[in-house]
Design a protein around this ligand. Sequence first.
Ligand code: AMP
Length: 455
Amino acid sequence: MAIQAPEGTKDLLPGEAQYWEDFKRIAADIFARYGYALIDTPIFEQTELFVRGIGEATDVVAKEMFQTLSGENLKKLIAGDPVKSKSRLSLRPEGTAGVVRAVVQHDLVPQGAPPTKLMYAGQMFRAERPQKGRQRQFNQIGVECLGAEAPSVDAEVIIMLMRFFEAIGIPTALTHLLINSLGCDECRPLYREKLYSYLKDNAAHLCDECLRRAETNPLRAFDCKNPACATAMENAPKMTDCLCASCKEHHEQVKSYLDASEITYTQESRLVRGLDYYTRTVFEVQVSEGLGSQNAIGGGGRYDKLAEEVGGRPTSGLGFALGYERCVLALQATGFEFPPACVCDAFIACVDTTVQGVAFSLLQALRDAGLNCEMDHQNRSLKSQFKLADKLKATLVFILGPDEVQSGKVKVRNMETHAEELLDLAEILQADSKEEVIKNIRRYDSIWQDKKPIS
Ligand code: AMP
């Protein structure tokens, strides 16, 4: 049997691979308006980074990491010899830990400097059970803002995320923004205690996993999909009722900035998100169509302790990650199709094989001038060449026959209007920019004056 792609992975075929490039460009254009610059960190990092940064007890670290070793170290491990901690590597399950590691390593936020705003795009890896909207290799775009504590920055990041979803065409009516605050080192431990007692008091209604979570990270009990646990958690104490004065003030201000920007959101006290590093603001965007249970298309929050966890000086930070594949599923639910992989500006058709040499020179001249061009390389009949031009959705077809070549001309057909003109071949061959070619075509052509044959 032919070898298939590994379970939970997906090939991005030409139309989609091109769209992924467009998707990243739209994100980079929008995020640049907010001051974000691209960063690209390794796809694998020391396992220790994720253990310290994301948290040992999280599902992502405890169950879902693809850990990797070089061949030499694998042999050592099998032989029972020690493998250095720095040689134990993992494919990145998310982007934040790697970016914060890079910020600390390269001192990108020197003391007293303005915030550093970074964005990334690329593959993440989690050994989850694959299902619709949940893959083992998936693409994320994310941003991280390091060195900013102000609530206006939290609001700015959330607004930027919502603007991006709008820009790619996910209808605002289908998106739901949930926000919450998880407090800080001062108020969260007290809340944890309260929640722990609640979980213990309600142990009879909770699943074994939630009882385990009560010991390691009680907040995660809010994420349990078990209906009995969800019901039991409805009356659990709320973090927002236990915030200290400064976290409360921060949270209220984030919301007032969102209100002022007319961003609709729901305050959701059960929103805890899966990773340990969050402090204060957390948020998630869900869609109501196309995704089933994996309905979160993006989310993030503040992580004021993370830089210290990975060995840096105290540096506040926040960010989000959005999932490319889930955005595509949400778009497809509204009828979206991938744009054509390649745009064909012009196709060169040969009446017979004697003109193929001139056609080849014309093809290269048009390509050198910046047009996307194609010709037949399989000696097809003229009729079949036109069929091919149709299939490629060519805007123009240049038709070359022995008579045209003899008189130094080429016939050009506009495939939309079917208008045809005879153009001077030498002028086109000499044109050295797309604009010049277009000008040459238009100069001869009264019919196309007000049309746009080539975009
Ligand atoms: P997270 O890093 O878990 O906060 O995820 C951020 C976003 O990445 C989610 O909202 C999803 O859109 C996407 N995502 C997370 N895990 C997966 C996965 N296994 N497969 C596809 N997309 C994912």
